[in-house]
Ligand binder design. Sequence first.
Ligand SMILES: Cc1cc2nc3c(=O)[nH]c(=O)nc-3n(C[C@H](O)[C@H](O)[C@H](O)COP(=O)(O)OP(=O)(O)OC[C@H]3O[C@@H](n4cnc5c(N)ncnc54)[C@H](O)[C@@H]3O)c2cc1C
Length: 409
Amino acid sequence: MSANMYDAIVIGGGPAGSSAANFLVRKGHKVLLLERENFPRFHVGESLLPAAWDLWDDLGVTKEIEDAGFVVKQGVNFAFGPDKDITLLTREFPEYFQRPYTYHVERAKFDEILLRKAESLGAEVREGWLVKDVIMDGERAVGVVAGPKGGETEEYHASVIVDATGRDCVVGRKLGLHRDDTVLNKISYWTHIRGGYREIMDDSCRTDIHTINDGWIWYIPLADDVISVGPVLDTKKIKSWPEKTPQERFDRAVSECAAISKWMEGSTQIQDIQVVSNVSYLNKQFVGDGYILVGDASMFIDPVFSAGVTLAMRSAKFAAESIDRGLAAGGCNAETIDDYEAKFRKPVGRVFKLIHNWYDILERGDRDNIFIRSQRIPLLRERLIVMLSGGYDRADMDELLADAAAMAE
Ligand SMILES: Cc1cc2nc3c(=O)[nH]c(=O)nc-3n(C[C@H](O)[C@H](O)[C@H](O)COP(=O)(O)OP(=O)(O)OC[C@H]3O[C@@H](n4cnc5c(N)ncnc54)[C@H](O)[C@@H]3O)c2cc1C
């Protein structure tokens, strides 16, 4: 194999890319990972799910994650207005998960743990390297044009290109596969504060999700007295707001939530307001000849149920299994790796359904819904907690979604 020829080139070193590189080198493949930034680098997306433990074991990072000083997350509290809190804790059904808790993480630290592990296992990692283009031979992806940021570029070739570029979706956009979810037309404004109130549960915390008129707000306590706060709003509805700047819109959204306004009293905002528009999308296909899309490069799920990072690592695992089989069969063609797409679309489809149901609930207001009903129907509560903890692959999740859909009628 020539110096610039690899089994797989992974573009992007977030949770999806690092995990894909990790799983592929473990299977004996020659992997080049190209990441635009130098790690540690800031990233939003801090609330994880208990389903991640099994993946961390597979990746060999469990100890590093346990030792990183992240805040323990017990579950999630949904507040549908003052005194309308529904708290769902994984420990109510501990039998479904290796451990009934997870973490709120600083992504800079978390993502670096994953990247360094892939590197230590033998992936060739180049940070501060930008992929400028994907080289196609007809319909087949055969390589990338890349180089250090601001420097000369060169061509690098591989049997398969793994697009792990997150919301940049480098391969998906080049090949016209990108599709915004026009129903879930949301925009997010978020920041970090220092010094806000924390709901402490046995030395640990929970993610809080509070609904407001035109959306909802997350409140995620992190280490070092930092809290991540972010409204997610309906793009069309906020057009009529007189508040136009990100800071004004953030302030207005927070002012509409009595609980979070109170919790933030006396705190200091330590970051400018960050903005993400067109929050959700689902690409037309996840695989093709010589390429495979993982994590956010394949789809982006609204963050209300904190699914993104766990799904990104899971997609990387599925993708590495398919690539390994494809390479063994003589090449990564659409047909040899398309089992990945079928496998990954299943959990993704379930989370999308639950998210659409969530926004139906917000539209309909106070009527009955699965969250309210989970307070009086034990089986529904069990399924909801399993789903919200990341147990998307369980067969009875379809029954939960059917119940949710029936209530929306
Ligand atoms: C507002 C918001 C809130 C969120 N909240 C949560 C949450 O609470 N919990 C949760 O689990 N998820 C959350 N997410 C989602 C989560 O952040 C993502 O699902 C997760 O980061 C996906 O990982 P990834 O590896 O696919 O992409 P990323 O983490 O985005 O990594 C992609 C990497 O690719 C690199 N890259 C991009 N283009 C190139 C290029 N051309 N060349 C080289 N490198 C490139 C980037 O620098 C980046 O490091 C949230 C997302 C948003 C937007």
